[in-house]
Design a protein around this ligand. Structure first.
Ligand code: NAD
Length: 373
């Protein structure tokens, strides 16, 4: 992506060793014109724009270590987990940084090549199936062998967004019999077009989908009824991959302890909602646990386990976004552009995103300015 950035007048500074674990050497970056700088603080000092994968807010391990390195008016682009904590967003605002969150990218056609959530969800859906196949003590495909016929594995996908669709496609390629369910009836056709069966439950979600295509939160009585109906379907499957989330909310529980007990020993659950509280009652974020003989995998950030292609896809997302922000080598924030407006998190020392301010019950900015001193 570096040559396309150079064309608009951007020079790249790369922290030494940044790509090493993903299979990209410093020499690769240097060959494309990047300057390699050994000291992380120096990278921040030299840069007008900082692009990161997990920035403060999304990086619980050492993201806060970057806060002192930012300088005022600097631009930060990355995963910020903006709805995770008002504090981390405030921390970034207080540094005077103009930050953009890749999580807030609008789901519009023009933004598709900048949609990093979709890129990472594609990887997570693929890898969830690979993990399940590796853990399951059975084959996925049907096999006709001299030692008899092997019946195919049965895989159920709960939540059919980007990750769920990729999980269906991958499990089908491995030869499993796949079924899938989602609260949004609109996905039925997509499920069927991938050769999976759509599970119909005798309940209907109210306004299942919002204007942006995301699932809407339902009341507890809906989730209770959903669990009652799902129990039997879950018990019929060897593998359950769950991806069900609702923006800004804890993930709904779809697989209870009782349902796990009802599965055949050796079955596998991969819970892609683990980071958001999990879809299974037994899920422990970032861990693998075994209960009633069923393995429940709560891995987080699965995209990082396919780092070569995750980097390639994320680089494309970031580069396209940068080309939108930069004209003639200068950052020009066109606030009339919904992509720039929606992804902007902090500016001028404030949390500047109205949707986030509302989410965190912060007073609207204009009203605050008008308030008497
Ligand atoms: P997501 O990660 O927000 O959620 C995953 C899935 O879980 C969704 O399909 C959701 O409906 C489902 N879900 C939530 N609660 C559930 C419950 N109780 N039971 C069962 N399923 C439940 O989803 P996503 O991958 O971000 O995709 C959301 C939508 O946006 C999809 O329709 C996707 O195709 C669409 N999308 C559009 C674009 C674009 O047009 N550029 C880009 C990406 C995604």
């Amino acid at each position: 992506m570096l040559p396309s950035l150079a064309k608009v007048g951007l020079e790249a500074v790369v922290e030494a060793g940044a790509g090493a674990q993903a299979g990209y050497t410093d020499a690769d970056f240097a060959a494309k014109g990047a300057k390699i700088v050994p000291d992380r603080a120096e990278v921040f000092r030299l840069s007008e724009i900082v692009v990161q994968v997990l920035a403060h807010g999304a990086n619980d391990r050492n993201g806060s270590g970057d806060l002192p390195l930012f300088h005022r008016e600097q631009i930060l682009i990355g995963f910020l987990r903006p709805m995770g904590s008002a504090q981390t967003v405030q921390d970034i605002a207080e540094r005077g940084v103009t930050s953009f969150s890749m999580e807030l990218m609008p789901r519009i056609t023009r933004a598709q090549s900048m949609d990093a959530l979709s890129a990472m969800a594609t990887i997570a859906g693929y890898k969830a199936v690979i993990l399940a196949a590796d853990t399951l003590p059975r084959f996925f495909p049907m096999l006709t062998t001299a030692a008899g016929t092997i019946t195919p594995g049965r895989v159920l996908i709960l939540g059919v967004g980007v990750a769920g669709l990729q999980a269906i496609a991958t499990a089908r390629r491995l030869g499993a019999v796949v079924s899938a369910y989602d609260v949004r009836p609109a996905v039925k056709e997509q499920v069927q077009s991938l050769g999976a069966r759509f599970v119909e439950l005798a309940i209907e979600a109210k306004d299942a989908q919002d204007a942006r295509g995301y699932a809407t939160a339902q009341d507890e009585s809906f989730y209770r009824r959903q669990r009652e109906l799902l129990g039997k379907v879950i018990a019929e499957n060897d593998v359950v991959i769950t991806t069900a989330v609702v923006p800004g909310k804890k993930a709904p529980i779809l697989v209870t302890k009782e349902m796990v007990a009802g599965m055949a020993p050796g079955s596998v659950i991969v819970d892609l909602a683990a980071e958001r509280g999990g879809n299974c009652e037994y899920t422990r974020s970032g861990e693998m646990v075994v209960e009633h003989g069923v393995t429940i995998i709560g891995s987080i950030n699965l995209a990082s386990t396919v780092p070569y292609h995750a980097s390639q896809m994320y680089a494309k997302n970031l580069a396209t976004f940068l080309l939108l922000l930069v004209k003639d080598g200068k950052v020009q924030l066109n606030m009339k552009d919904e992509i720039i407006r929606d992804t902007l998190v902090t500016q001028g020392g404030e949390v500047a995103n109205p949707r986030l301010r509302e989410f965190f019950a912060m007073p609207a900015l204009a009203a605050k300015e008008e308030a008497p001193k």
